[in-house]
Design a protein around this ligand. Sequence first.
Ligand SMILES: [Zn+2]
Ligand SMILES: [Zn+2]
Length: 339
Amino acid sequence: MMLKMTNSTKPKLGPISIGSPNPGNCYFTLPPSLRWLDSDHFDEGAERVRAMPVKTRFSRWFPFAFLHAGLFAVFFVGWSPIAVATAIALYWLRMFAVTAFLHRYFAHRTFKTSRTAQFIFALMACSAVQRGPLWWAAHHRAHHKLSDKDGDLHSPSVSGFIWSHIGWITADRNMPTDYEKIPDLARYPELVLLNRFDWFVPVLLGFSLLFFGHCLQLFYPQLGTNPLQMLVWGFFVSTVLLFHGTASINSLTHMFGSQRYETGDQSRNNFFLALITMGEGWHNNHHYFPGAARQGFYWWEVDFSFYLLKLLAALGIIWQLRPVPAEAYSYSPGKKATT
Ligand SMILES: [Zn+2]
Ligand SMILES: [Zn+2]
């Protein structure tokens, strides 16, 4: 006998309902004793958490305090050129994963790539300890909708510098991922999985650095490093700088710099912040044309993420980079963007 599938029996792809199984996304629920491992699990339900008042939770400052406390360990483990070089390399590599992929790809879809590449870069971005890729993209889309207006999650003009820089990530209500804002990304079970267990990647990075340091100490003792030194520089120093670099786009680029375009918000272009964030400092450009893969619109507006994206495009890893619209160059105040 043939079974006929009706619309109501077909597994559906699309937004998942947190806390309930969804065959389209291979959603599974952990046993109650292990649910704390799942970043998408909330005992009260995600909807209720999202409806909570905008309020910091003291315990959510601990992870940040722990990361920053790790900086003081440099006084105990010392330094070596290889440890510092590892910290610098991991800063730029992860900054690229965050700016080019979490921001320009996952949040704004400014180019196309393969399912494999999107997963690899999402994995790299997870090592930045900025929560999962879907959480990141959903919150960033919300920021563009209400930029510097009531309801903006991290606006310095609405909620002050500290809140826009770090405080907003300590509020319970900002912890759940709003899957309805990212149906295009929630279709991929591997991304949902990564989003749920985002903490696993930084832990893996930490252990990898310990192992790397151990191997260097064993086989290249002349480099003068050891496992703990590699962990402190490669993870703690690099991650803290990376966090403040990325967070400065939420806070400082809405405070300091110039405004080329009337965007109706406080977004600014800032050369220094563009340098340390691989091009994200051209934030006023970006708020005017969030759909463009390039954020520095002129040759002097350095945008290292874009240069690397061009390289990835030349290698065939990504394609269809959305250009800066011609009207960006013939702009006169008072005009509204059409893209
Ligand atoms: Zn912004
Ligand atoms: Zn954006």
